[in-house]
Design a protein. Structure first.
Length: 95
């Protein structure tokens, strides 16, 4: 699953978004990744909730851009870099 920057801009309007790369684990201990956008005004609250394990539904906090099992492959990484200017050396990017 992936969305474009245009769709994200339509969802967020004039708000600034923070793009995150999260490492996640499901109830069966399968690991994966999620790129998501959180409104900058909600970022600190999301960060605090995520760190304490209180985030159970990412879509309540923002928009999932891309997700998958394991680590993002080269195609996903390139998409995030080209479409969103994502810097993989910094897992938190503001657009």
């Amino acid at each position: 699953m992936s969305i474009s920057k245009k769709i994200l801009e339509e969802r967020f309007g004039a708000d600034t978004a923070v793009i995150l790369l999260l490492r996640v684990e499901d109830q069966h201990h399968n690991r994966g990744f999620v790129y998501m956008a959180v409104r900058s005004s909600q970022f600190k609250a999301f960060q605090a909730a995520y760190r304490t394990g209180k985030v159970t539904n990412l879509e309540k906090w923002g928009t999932v851009i891309a997700a998958g099992d394991g680590e993002p492959n080269e195609a996903v990484r390139e998409y995030m870099e080209e479409e969103f200017g994502f810097n993989h050396d910094d897992p938190v990017n503001v657009i």
